[in-house]
Each structure stands twice: as structure tokens, then as C-alpha cells.
Design a protein around this ligand. Structure first.
Ligand code: ADP
Length: 485
């Protein structure tokens, strides 16, 4: 029986959504089931290293007994299976799937390259399961040629892990130059991987994002090891870490795709950007006032001229000057450094003031805004600035959907942070756009300025918060994070 059916039956409720998140913040799996019109409740559980949010609809909240039953059920389930298989019917997020495919491809290319280099006779990668209780093979180099069955067997291989191994891997990581230590690292558990008697030990290098180990890169050579063997294995693991960061976390995509080189050149160009920014702001300021007069006169002309051609031309001048006015306004607000005046804001009231701004657009294009905000949700922010951020994010979402879509606003308070999620049912952010999203003047729209997102992020950074984005199954999800007071 499937996990969701068990919960439904035993807890007398109807699960409408399950979200499972790994320790790396990766959304491993989720399931959305259309909601019947009953009230929905959320339960957040932390099991081992994973976070689960279960949303269910029921007449009332689950009793304490039902919650403890649910917790037990999840425990049993998690104990018995690798978490990424937590329910066969839980559809995996397509972006994460794409991520896995990319990663697998990357691992394949890398392990093959290690063997092609002539330095190693074997190379393989194994990942921890989410509870870090076992390793699971993901790929081994196909050279020397392994049969499909051998590769498949490796992929399905699960190797139990003792805590001491994780400690050793950490230890190993902090002594990058200690050849002896590396080679002496316990390898016997890995010998069973392809049942070959090895003459040398395996070199096992941890793969880590931040200080979290998520897997190991294993290399093996028939020849005597040198520092080059260790160094190459380690550098390759680092390369994989960078890729891992990219594929598991679209939020981090923009930082990590750039690799070191790009970061370096960015650092260099940052200083000139500041200078350029100051010039642009001065020019914008000078241009703004005349623009307002041009626009105003064009509107008056439109009304007073009778010739159709002249009317049309005056109309173009008016619209274009409004567009330029917006651009100068955006440039100025990007360069303006106004410290936020924080106040306690009742979130629902804030949104009730914002939604009417989009009413015409919603009716004309059949768009909806769905407010999923609890009555007692508050944020601490500068009301004008936060309004600017939210209006901008909703407008972007509506631009992306064009027509027939829904923008959903939800709220979460966790670990001293409040988050507002603005998700749409549009096409999501194309991967090639992702790294440029927060760069000033980057836009894919002919009428956009490309300043909306950089300004929004800057405002939030000034609040000690942030703006992040990822693609969900349905579209883009922008998360506004602010410190809870
Ligand atoms: P602008 O809206 O003026 O283009 P922004 O900085 O607000 O500037 O947005 C930059 C780009 O990010 C947009 O041109 C669009 O390509 C992309 N984008 C922003 N929000 C979304 C969204 N919700 N869905 C898809 N793409 C988006």
C-alpha cells in the first residue's frame, strides 16, 4: 500500500500535498493532489536528515494520537527505504530530475575521463542516502568495459555506512596532503563493489557541498600511488561538488555556474560598475524632469489635435516617454541608498492593498491571485519598499504567464526567518536565463528594464533578507526572506 493511502486511512484525512526536502535543501519529492474544499492543515516533521511537510484536508486538525501515529508511519517508511523512493507515486520535481540527469551525465564523463587519463584503472561515484546510513552507487566508469549488468549492479549497490566512516572522511578532507592517511582510509567495505581482488587500496575522496558530505569519488590504480593520484581525485571531486551545487539547488545556480574564473572577473568589474552606476544615476536624474514635461505635452497634443496621423504620433511620444520615465525611476531607485524604515506589517492587509492594483489585468487576461496567508502573519519591513518588491514580483509572474494563470502567495515562518513565496503557473525560468536574472539591465522583454529583480534583491539585502528563485513543477517560485523580529 502506498504511503499516502496509509496516512489517509489511518489518520482519517486526505493528504493533498507532500514535500520532502533533503539536508541540502533539495526538494527530493513532492506530490500534489487536487484539494477537495475542506480546510487544509500542515504538519512539518523532521525525520533524520530530511524535512517533510504534509498538507492534508480534514474537518479538523489531527488529534495528538493521529500525529504520533503519522510520525511512526513515516519513521517506519524512512527506515525501510532510501528516502528518494519514499513513495512510488510521488512525482519528482522535473527540475530536480533534470538536475539528476545532468549530474549523472557529469559523473559519467568524469569517471571515464579519469580512466582515460591513464592514471587510474577504475573510477566510480557513490552517494549517501539522505539519512547517511548507506552509500548508493550512481556511476562507475565504463572503461575498462563493464557489462551493462555489472554497471546496473553497481548502481543498485547499497553499502551500509558506519558513523566512523563519515568522521574519517571529514578528517581526510582536512588533511589534503597526507598521502598515507588517504590510502589507509578504510576501503574494505567498497571491495564488494565489483568483487575484484584489488592489489592496491582504493582512493576515496569525499564529495561535499559546504561541510556536508553527500558522496564519495572512488579511484583505483594498479600502479603505485603518487601525490598526483590523490591530487587528481581530489580536484575531480571538487569539480563535481561545483556541479552538484548547480544541479541540486537552482537557488544557488547563479553563483555556482560562473565557476572561479567568472567570479574573479566579476570582482574586477564590480568596481567599474559602481562608478558606472553613479554616472547612470546622475544622467537618469537629469533626464527625468524633461521627460515628464515631454509626456505631459504629448498627452495634451493628443487631445487637442484633430488630424489622425498627428494624434497617433503624439500617442507614441506619450507612451514612449512613460516607458523612459519608468526606466529612469528604476535606475534612480537602484542607485538610491535609503535605509529601510522597518515596521510591523500585517501581511494579509498589505496584500489586500496590492491585489486591486492588478484587477484590470486579471480580468482582461483571466489571471488570478490566490492568497494563502494566515491571518496572524506579520513581517518587519519598510512598507513602501516591500510593496515595491511584491508588486514587481507579481507583475513579473503575470508577464510570464501572459493569460490564464494563477499567482499564489504563501507564507512561512521558520528558524527566525519569515518567507513569502510568490509562485506562478508560467513557463518557469529557462536555465540559460537563471545566471543573469539578478544582473542589472538583464531582460527578455522588449518593454522591460531589467532592473526589477536587482532592485528587489537590493531592497531585501538592505533588510538583511534575500530574494531567491527556483523552478517548481508549475512555474517559477520567488521567495522573499526577511528576518523575523
Ligand atoms: P524586467 O521585468 O523589466 O524584464 P526583471 O529584473 O524584473 O526585469 O526580470 C528580468 C527577467 O527575468 C525578465 O525579463 C524575465 O525574463 C525573467 N523573469 C522574471 N520573473 C519571471 C517569472 N516569474 N517567470 C519567468 N521569467 C521571469
Amino acid at each position: 500500500m502506498k504511503l499516502i493511502d496509509i496516512i489517509n486511512k489511518r489518520c482519517n484525512c486526505k493528504v493533498t500535498q507532500i514535500i520532502i526536502t533533503s539536508p541540502l535543501g533539495e526538494r527530493i519529492a513532492y506530490k500534489d493532489i487536487p484539494n477537495d474544499n475542506k480546510k487544509c492543515y500542515d504538519i512539518s516533521l523532521q525525520r533524520g536528515n530530511i524535512d517533510l511537510v504534509i498538507t492534508y484536508s480534514a474537518d479538523e486538525k489531527l488529534s495528538d494520537d493521529a500525529v504520533s501515529l503519522l510520525t511512526d508511519l513515516i519513521d517506519v517508511y524512512v527506515e525501510n527505504r532510501a528516502t528518494w523512493e519514499i513513495a512510488e507515486n510521488v512525482t519528482k520535481s522535473p527540475d530536480i530530475n533534470t538536475g539528476r540527469v545532468n549530474l549523472e551525465e557529469m559523473v559519467k564523463v568524469t569517471t571515464n575521463a579519469l580512466v582515460y587519463s591513464g592514471l587510474f584503472d577504475k573510477a566510480a561515484v557513490m552517494f549517501f542516502n539522505e539519512k547517511r546510513m548507506e552509500f548508493r552507487g550512481v556511476y562507475m566508469s565504463s572503461i575498462p568495459p563493464y557489462s551493462d549488468e555489472q554497471i546496473q549492479a553497481f548502481k543498485n549497490k547499497r553499502v551500509p555506512v558506519k558513523k566512523s566512516i563519515i568522521e574519517q572522511l571529514h578528517d581526510y578532507n582536512s588533511n589534503p596532503d597526507d598521502l598515507e592517511k588517504h590510502i589507509e582510509l578504510e576501503d574494505k567495505i567498497f571491495r564488494s563493489i565489483d568483487n575484484v581482488k584489488l592489489t592496491n587500496p582504493l582512493i576515496i575522496v569525499p564529495m561535499m557541498t559546504g561541510n556536508k558530505i553527500y558522496g564519495v569519488l572512488i579511484t583505483y590504480s594498479n600502479n603505485k600511488y603518487t601525490n598526483t593520484h590523490i591530487f587528481t581525485t581530489r580536484s575531480t571531486a571538487r569539480l563535481l561538488n561545483t556541479m552538484m551545487m548547480v544541479v541540486i539547488s537552482t537557488q544557488k545556480y547563479e553563483y555556482t555556474t560562473s565557476f572561479y574564473k567568472e567570479i574573479e572577473s566579476e570582482m574586477r568589474s564590480k568596481q567599474s560598475l559602481v562608478t558606472l552606476g553613479n554616472y547612470v544615476a546622475t544622467i537618469a536624474h537629469e533626464v527625468k524632469n524633461p521627460l515628464i514635461s515631454i509626456g505631459g505635452f504629448a498627452k495634451r497634443l493628443m487631445k487637442s489635435v484633430t488630424n489622425d496621423d498627428l494624434k497617433r504620433m503624439a500617442g507614441i511620444i506619450a507612451t514612449e516617454s512613460i516607458r523612459l520615465e519608468h526606466l529612469t525611476e528604476d535606475i534612480l531607485s537602484f542607485s538610491r541608498k535609503r535605509p529601510p524604515k522597518k515596521e510591523k506589517i500585517h501581511l494579509k492587509t498589505l496584500f489586500e492593498g496590492i491585489v486591486p492594483l492588478f484587477e484590470t489585468r486579471m480580468t482582461e487576461h483571466n489571471l488570478k491571485i490566490n492568497l494563502d496567508i494566515p491571518d496572524d502573519a506579520y513581517i518587519y519591513a519598510d512598507i513602501d519598499q516591500i510593496k515595491q518588491v511584491i508588486v514587481n514580483l507579481i507583475a513579473n509572474a503575470m508577464n510570464a504567464m501572459e493569460s490564464n494563470g494563477t499567482v499564489t502567495i504563501s507564507f512561512q515562518e521558520k528558524d527566525g526567518k519569515t518567507s513569502i513565496m510568490i509562485s506562478d503557473t508560467g513557463p518557469g525560468i529557462p536555465l540559460e536565463v537563471m545566471p543573469n536574472l539578478f544582473k542589472p539591465f538583464f531582460t527578455t522583454s522588449s518593454s522591460g528594464t531589467g532592473l526589477g529583480l536587482p532592485i528587489s534583491r537590493k531592497i531585501l539585502n538592505n533588510h538583511n533578507g534575500d530574494l531567491t528563485v527556483y523552478n517548481s513543477k508549475n512555474g517559477a517560485v520567488f521567495t522573499v526572506t526577511l528576518p523575523a523580529e
